[in-house]
Design a protein around this ligand. Structure first.
Ligand SMILES: [Zn+2]
Length: 345
């Protein structure tokens, strides 16, 4: 019965903290561990609820979770891939790279031609995995990392951006990650600063009418402090090489450090929370025509919004410099996200 804490292993010590709404799933409670303080949605979501969140339409432009701006995304990942390729080359001229949570495959597509490294992805969204394979010809395993059945000790570098906060069992997920890595291989985890994530929800919950709940719009299920995140990684068998706080401007706003700034946390009526998350949620991964329509819309937006300046090499360096100014050492947990580099012990 007792479901132990991922970070400290304490069993049965989770207390309710704030009730929030997961569109398409319903009301859920974020709990707090009495042992270490980590916050997490408990009870953990069942696979069916995860499918409702990510199965089909997660990337559809009109769905509750869908994101617009694919062209910007695509060009941002081209930039990220350029710098990532340099980092990989410094490690070794060749190796195997895995991105877990590869979404539409933009990073993999940009990284694949840049060097001697083989790239692969894992993506839970059927549409995302299909799009990446179909449009870019990259290898993407559809499903969770646990279900992908990858061989042990196979990868030299694993990237998990905006992923750990979405998995139902972060410890089990990291154990699986470690299993598929070679000894000494690197793992880079970018995940939200839990405090910056939870605080706007708590503020919105305090102000919302009784029949409404703040929406856990991005579907985050775990909320880590820096100490909790590092403890979890070390417990699983990683050595921490570097921690940074990134997205400082957004983080300060979420933490309420900028006076007069109003949170944009959405509220949703309880009765609407169990309705399907998007138009025909879950269908996109399966119905070929709908899938093609969606993909064509994404392709069209990418083509229409492509900006030459964003593909210009000096612009890459300029944006990287801006990012540097928006980051501080991880000990100052004021950013929107933590950017952690570890290696397998
Ligand atoms: Zn704990």
């Amino acid at each position: 019965m007792a479901d132990p804490c991922d970070v400290c292993g304490a069993a049965g010590a989770m207390t309710p903290l704030v009730e929030v709404g997961l569109p398409g799933v319903g009301p859920v409670w974020i709990h707090r561990c009495g042992g270490c303080g980590v916050r997490q949605v408990r009870p953990r979501l069942a696979p069916a609820a995860l499918d409702a969140l990510y199965g089909g339409d997660y990337f559809a432009p009109g769905s509750a979770h869908g994101f617009a701006g694919y062209a910007r995304q695509r060009q941002r990942y081209e930039r990220d891939a350029f710098f990532l390729a340099r980092e990989l080359r410094r490690i070794a001229p060749a190796g195997r790279f895995l991105e877990v949570g590869s979404a539409l495959g933009f990073l993999l597509a940009a990284l694949a031609p840049l060097g001697g490294w083989e790239v692969e992805g894992v993506e839970v969204s059927a549409f995302g995995a299909w799009y990446a394979r179909d449009r870019f010809g990259v290898t993407v395993h559809q499903g969770t990392l646990e279900r992908a059945g990858l061989p042990p000790a196979a990868f030299d570098y694993v990237l998990q951006k905006d992923l750990l906060e979405h998995v139902t069992h972060p410890r089990r997920h990291l154990e699986q990650t470690r299993r598929i890595m070679r000894p000494g291989a690197r793992l880079r985890v970018i995940t939200p600063n839990g405090e910056a994530d939870v605080r706007p929800l708590q503020r919105a919950a305090a102000e919302s009418p009784p029949d409404a709940l703040p929406v856990l719009g991005q579907g985050h299920l775990s909320f880590f402090s820096r100490a909790q995140l590092l403890r979890l990684l070390e417990n699983v068998g990683f050595r921490v090489l570097r921690v940074r706080s990134i997205g400082v401007r957004r983080g300060l706003r979420a933490l309420g450090a900028i006076p007069g700034w109003r949170s944009r946390t959405r509220l949703m009526r309880r009765v609407d929370l169990t309705a399907p998350a998007g138009p025909a949620a879950g269908e996109a991964g399966r119905a070929p025509e709908r899938r093609e329509d969606q993909a064509a819309r994404i392709d069209a937006e990418i083509a229409a919004q492509h900006r030459r300046v964003r593909a210009w090499r000096p612009y890459f360096h300029y944006r990287r410099l801006l990012k540097r100014f928006d980051a501080v050492p991880g000990a100052l947990a004021v950013g929107q996200d933590f950017d952690v580099l570890v290696e397998k012990r």
